[in-house]
Structures are given as structure tokens and as C-alpha cells.
Design a protein around this ligand. Structure first.
Ligand code: ACO
Length: 376
């Protein structure tokens, strides 16, 4: 009796590849049972990071302890700062971050311990160190001195402080914080799945996160939030938006920030962040990119029945906050580290090697001709 052919779904579309208690997209996106809209309305990113890593929303005391531990870890080993300064000046911030996370693995005091508690300690340190690495590399690449992290600020406010060296308006901190909540977790997306595949060999969290950052980089995933602003700048303004979009679609181009493997009727996160993007654009006195985006949204819905994903408003929000485009995907990573780490811990707590099969399409069986007989 022959074994039945394994089921095949290109790109693993629709395939359930494991169990998880962290997040579901069924019945609306939720993290550990809490709707993402509810979390965005009532929590800070720091609370959500605690929820993802430790399983529950923190009490006031637990939050204070968590923030104290994270704030204390907001520094880079000096040799890593030297390494960041030595990178070629064309290195993108996301590539630098991938290198930084890999290097951080050498310095972590729990490097040799792959147990549950050690992984949570390493996860908290990565949550603290990633924004420092992004901000330090950004400033070093511009010939500026890095700004020491503040101990008294949450993740969003501290990141902006390290970039700018000044306190940011509370509306900006809030908008960034909400974007971090929305980016924090999304079940078996490509980067998280990559991290799970890596640690399923019993590899370590720094290897998993380094691989996840590599997966995040591509424009079909996290890299899209940078491409969104490139597209809007190429369009030039609302007056050209309809014609530009129709022409791009006729050329079979992808409009980055639209479409999703799972959400075919729209991404709830995009709807939540859109209001923040417009408010920030109004505060900056430049609503032209919001108006351009509205027209593109209308054309995409009418022509392709396709709707924005989270990257669409996120790119505009960060632009309105006057953040430079190459920082957008690193900001995604700064948030998604909470989800990646939660998945690494979950995978290793109940591990089974992730090793699927392929559907062979190559030549049939054939005999080797020794090299002397293969011609010139
Ligand atoms: N613009 C125009 N056409 C699109 C887009 C888009 N953004 N996305 C998909 N399509 C079209 C494809 O060309 C294809 O058309 P065809 O059937 O005529 O060839 C059809 O829709 C299906 O596309 P697939 O790539 O098979 O759909 P899939 O489920 O694999 O795509 C993906 C999901 C990769 C996100 C896709 O929609 C895309 O490339 N979007 C742009 C990149 C992007 O915004 N990524 C961010 C994802 S969300 C996140 O990371 C937070």
C-alpha cells in the first residue's frame, strides 16, 4: 500500500503549522485573549510586552518591576558600539540591527542557558537593547554621539529621547506607543515562524531573533512600511494619486501596504492606526500624504478589492513624526521582539523540530556518467 501524498499548499497558505497560546487572528486579532483594539485603547506597549512575555497583563507593581528591569538593561556592550560605528556608511539600520542582535548573543550572561527562565531574562534584555542599538547606530551613522537611555521613560518615549535628545510631545509618544502595540504580535507570520524554525533545532533566542530580523526585512513583510512612504513620495500628491495607482496596477506592480495573506477584507490594525496618522499629519501641518493615501485606498478598493494592512498608516505616521524612512522597519522590530520572544519561549517549552517536506519537481532517476564521459 503506498503512503498518501502529503498535502501541499504553496507558501503554506492556510496551513496550521503548530499550536500557540499567544495570539489568534480568528474572530478578530487578539493577544492572549485580549482584542488588539481593547489593548490599544487601554494599555501601554510596556504592558502589552509584559502580557506577551509573561502571559498576563501586569498589576501596577508588576509593571513597575518589569519596567525597572528593562530600563536597567538599556545599554550596549562598548565593543558593540564600536562595531556599529565601524559598519560601512551605506549599511541600512535594519541590517545593522540584525548584526547587533547576533553580536549581543556573545555578551549575554545567560548565553549558555536555553531554559525557560533564562530565555525570559534574555527576552527582556533584547526588548531593552534593540531600541538602544537602533538609536545608537542611527546617531553614529550621522557622526552624532549616542544619547544615553533614560531610566524613567517607557519604551516609546525613551526611544524618541535617544534619537532626538529631547522630550517628545505626549501625542507623539502615544501615537508611537499605539503603533508598537499593533506591531507587537501576529501569530505565525513569516519572521515569527522563521524564529520558531530556528529554535526548534534547540538553537538559542539570539539566533532565532537574528533570523527573524532577516525575514522581517523583505518588502513583502516588515520592509513594506518603508516602501509605503517611497510610494507616496513617488506619487507626489493627491492630484496624481488616482492616475498613478491605476497605471501601477496596469503594470502589475504591487502597492506596498495593501493586501495580506490572512486578512482579505481588511486589517483591523490599519483602521486603528489611520486616525493617529492623520492626527499627527495635522499637527505637523502637512495632510497631503493622508489625502494621497485616501485616494489610493479608494482606487485599490474599487479596482482590486484590496485593503490596507498595518504598514500603510504606520509609514505615514512615522513620516509625520519626522522620523527618517530607514528607521521604520527597525521600529517594527523594536515592537515585534515581544512577540518573537514569546514564540521562542513557547516553542522551546514544548519543542518539536519543524521540518516539513517538499514536493519534488526535479529530474527522474538517472545514472551518473563519470566526468571523463561528460564532454568538454
Ligand atoms: N498590490 C497589488 N496587487 C497585489 C498586492 C498589492 N499590494 N498584493 C497582492 N496583489 C495581487 C497579486 O499580484 C496577485 O495577483 P494575481 O493573482 O493577478 O497574480 C494577487 O493579488 C494575490 O497575491 P499573492 O501574492 O498570491 O497573495 P498573498 O496572500 O501571497 O500576499 C502579501 C500577501 C505578500 C502581503 C501581498 O498582499 C503583498 O505583496 N502586499 C504588499 C506588501 C505588503 O504590504 N506587505 C506587508 C504585509 S503586513 C505586515 O507585514 C504588517
Amino acid at each position: 500500500m503506498s503512503t498518501p501524498a502529503p498535502a501541499y499548499s504553496p507558501g503554506l497558505e492556510g496551513v496550521v503549522a503548530g499550536e500557540s497560546a499567544i495570539c489568534t487572528v480568528e474572530g478578530g486579532l487578539s493577544y492572549r485573549g485580549y482584542g488588539v483594539g481593547d489593548l490599544a485603547a487601554h494599555c501601554s506597549f510596556d504592558e502589552v510586552a509584559h502580557l506577551l512575555l509573561h502571559g498576563e497583563l501586569p498589576t501596577a507593581r508588576q509593571l513597575q518591576d518589569f519596567q525597572t528591569r528593562v530600563a536597567a538593561a538599556r545599554r550596549l556592550p562598548p565593543p558593540l558600539r564600536d562595531l556599529l560605528a565601524a559598519l560601512p556608511k551605506w549599511t541600512t539600520p535594519l541590517d545593522a540591527l540584525r548584526t547587533a542582535v547576533s553580536a549581543l548573543g556573545h555578551f549575554d550572561q545567560d548565553a549558555a542557558d536555553n531554559g525557560h527562565d533564562a530565555n525570559l531574562r534574555k527576552a527582556e534584555r533584547l526588548l531593552a537593547q534593540i531600541p538602544v542599538a537602533v538609536a545608537d547606530q542611527y546617531r553614529l551613522s550621522k557622526g552624532l554621539q549616542p544619547i544615553p537611555a533614560r531610566q524613567d521613560l517607557g519604551q516609546a518615549a525613551n526611544f524618541l529621547f535617544m534619537l532626538r535628545g529631547t522630550d517628545s510631545p505626549s501625542e507623539e509618544v502615544k501615537a508611537l506607543d499605539v503603533s508598537l502595540i499593533l506591531y507587537a504580535e501576529h501569530e505565525f507570520n513569516a519572521s515569527t515562524f522563521a524564529a520558531r524554525v530556528i529554535v526548534s533545532t534547540l538553537s538559542d533566542i539570539h539566533s532565532g531573533v537574528t533570523g527573524a530580523i532577516g525575514a522581517l526585512k523583505g518588502p513583502l513583510h516588515g520592509g513594506a512600511n518603508e516602501k509605503v512612504m517611497d510610494i507616496l513620495l513617488a506619487v507626489g500628491g493627491p492630484g496624481q494619486a488616482e492616475e498613478w495607482t491605476k497605471a501601477a496596477l496596469a503594470r502589475k506592480e504591487r502597492i506596498m501596504g495593501f493586501g495580506h495573506r490572512v486578512y482579505k477584507a481588511g486589517d483591523v490594525r490599519a483602521g486603528i492606526l489611520k486616525g493617529f496618522a492623520r492626527k499627527m499629519a495635522e499637527a505637523a501641518g502637512e495632510t497631503k500624504w493622508e489625502d494621497t493615501a485616501d485616494t489610493i485606498e479608494r482606487v485599490m478598493a474599487a479596482e482590486k478589492n484590496m485593503f490596507p494592512n498595518l504598514d500603510w498608516p504606520a509609514g505615514r505616521l512615522y513620516h509625520a513624526m519626522k522620523l527618517e524612512i530607514p528607521l521604520y522597519t527597525p521600529i517594527f522590530a523594536m515592537s515585534r521582539i515581544a512577540g518573537w520572544s514569546a514564540h521562542v519561549v513557547e516553542q522551546l517549552d514544548n519543542n518539536r523540530l519543524i521540518r516539513p517536506r517538499s514536493l519534488y519537481k526535479g529530474p527522474g532517476p538517472r545514472a551518473v556518467t563519470p566526468i571523463a564521459g561528460r564532454g568538454a
